[in-house]
Design a protein around this ligand. Structure first.
Ligand SMILES: [Zn+2]
Length: 278
């Protein structure tokens, strides 16, 4: 049975922290675990506040969203990657900030923006991430040719490229901020693949309500279950969720659906442990 992972790319000063307070309350009410991928530089300013909002809740895994959201690979929409030394700093310092803030190991990394093929073809990056002490990376976040939605892909290890101990745990679906036109540098029309891999997973236009967002989430969850995927995890951002839906109604509807369908909720870390232990 497919498991469900709630996950948040936590990256904006102030707005994400305020949103996380509301998000935590919904998670506690439904007893749903979550993974928060957090930008390290943000913790230099808001570390104590994050520790009090997320740190003492045993439902939550805290992982890294790099040090300052710089690209780890060249990205067609988000920009080019900096020099190797800078990328190494993004990987290592991001992990260090999470660990010193929360006082526990950080085993997962979600690179800023993510990539269509994850880390495939970049063995330097795979080695760096593994050498820094990460066990998994959630970097496959786009569909073919950097289209959206990201397809429903299962996790895999980078064994074929020489890093058997590094796992890819893909994220699925739309980056919800894009569907709400919250990032206006990229139009939605530019992001669709042709031919469309699955028209059922493409809404007719920007989302207008929490109910519409839930309906789309439901289609992804249903399809993942039908495919017998190990897990389903949508790409969410606290700042964008709060801007679109201040009462976090979409989270309530989605978590209620996860409960009604009987999906086991989990975290990326727990799912990675299941994968590597076979
Ligand atoms: Zn991000």
């Amino acid at each position: 049975m497919t498991r469900y992972i709630a996950a948040y790319d936590t990256e904006m000063l102030g707005d994400c922290l305020r949103a996380c307070r509301k998000i935590r309350a919904v998670h506690e009410r439904f007893e749903i675990p979550a993974t928060f991928f957090i930008v390290g530089a943000m913790l230099e300013k808001e570390g104590p506040a994050y520790r009090s909002v997320l740190g003492d809740c045993e439902l939550f895994e805290i992982a890294s969203h790099t040090y300052s959201h710089q690209m780890l690979r060249d990205h067609p929409f988000c920009g080019p990657a900096p020099a190797q030394a800078e990328r190494q700093r993004e990987i290592r310092l991001g992990k260090q900030r999470v660990e010193e803030t929360f006082g526990r190991p950080c085993v997962g990394l979600r690179p800023g923006c993510g990539f269509a093929n994850g880390l495939r073809g970049d063995t330097w990056l795979q080695d760096e991430i593994h050498a820094a002490g990460f066990g998994y990376v959630s970097s496959r976040l786009w569909g073919p040719e950097y289209s959206l939605p990201a397809l429903l892909e299962a996790p895999y290890s980078y064994a074929a490229e020489g890093s058997p101990e590094l796992w890819e745990m893909p994220g699925h679906g739309w980056h919800e901020n894009v569907l709400k036109a919250h990032n206006l540098t990229t139009s939605i029309q530019r992001l669709l693949a042709w031919p469309m891999p699955d028209p059922d997973l493409v809404p007719p236009g920007p989302l207008r309500s929490a109910g519409e967002e839930f309906e789309l989430n439901r289609r992804f969850i249903d399809k993942a279950v039908k495919m017998d995927l190990p897990y389903i995890s949508l790409v969410w951002h606290p700042w964008s969720l709060a801007k679109f839906d201040p009462p976090m109604r979409m989270l309530e509807l989605t978590f209620q659906y996860v409960r009604d369908r009987g999906l086991e909720p989990t975290t990326y870390q727990a799912e990675w442990e299941r994968m590597k232990n076979g």
